[in-house]
Design a protein around this ligand. Sequence first.
Ligand code: SF4
Length: 366
Amino acid sequence: MKPKKVFIKTYGCQMNEADSDEMSSIFSLYGTQETKNIKKADVVLVNSCTVRANAENKALSFLGRLKKWKGVTIEDVRGSKKQLIIFAGCAAQRLGAEVRKKHPHLDITTGAKSIEKFAEVLDNSGFFDGQSKKPHHAKSPANPLGVQTIMRGCDFACTYCIVPSVRGGVKCLSKKEIISSIEQKIKNGAKEIVLLGQTVNAWRYGKTDFADLLKEVSKLSNLKRVSFMSPHPIHITDKLIDTIKNNPKIARNIHLPIQSGSTKILKDMKRGYSRRDILIICKKLKDIGIKISTDFIVGYPTETEKDFKDTISIVEKIGFSHAYCFIFSPRQGTKAEHLKPLDKKVLEKRVNILLNKVKQKASKLK
Ligand code: SF4
């Protein structure tokens, strides 16, 4: 039987990219081949994001266009087993059956919480019946960069964020699973490993914490570099800073999302730290030679001109190498959903001021 061809479209963050890689390797167990040409595909997997309305809309609009890809009428193709569309990830988790109602050409929805059950989903589809199965790791292309998910979900409850409700609470992989998977990646040619998790440095398994894990990973031979993303400021401990300091294999740049420079806004967002905490953490990191990049949310509904100035001044004080600056986007089901948004013009003005300030400071770091 000819191998089925799979086209994968991923929206959103690196967690989603890693989830797509994982789903891709599960597909390969069914003897499939990945294709970059959707016209040649038998299966389309859309791995969606819902963190911002914009990302969700893009995934839904792509899904809408797939009606044409399936061709003919929906009634003709439904159940014909000729082509399969799978809508996965965070938007699939949030929208569930609703999305199938709106897009009847869609065959399967599987949410971000069910990634461990993806093989079951494929089995139950009946689409791969008769395909010869391959052993795991049979198809692992040589890649100098290995991305290793070490945990999924989040135990925080930031008021603007939909992640805990679509991905659930933290679930950590064991140290044994992580190390053996990384060893496999090294065998397949990885020289650099990125440890990945929604709040990666909250990883803990039994008595082993993230700093211990990082130390273990960096001891692996034939590995040149280890980095991680995205850490949460609360879990940047002195032990972690010491581990980084004493281990040259660990990358000297960290992406540390701080979101705001105002203690009041950080409290409103329920981030769990203050402006002072950030200044202390960033100083410790910079003292050991770390370059810091960050994320900001501009225009949280309670953000005053004074709060915004606090964000500008934290950029001035810390000097980030780069910052992603997002305008606040209300998400259904979050605590901040019903807060009155700030005026559009104010939001645009603030985001431009912030972007310029970040750029100006970053250029002086080089
Ligand atoms: S730490 Fe906050 S922003 Fe990050 S994923 Fe968890 S709830 Fe969302």
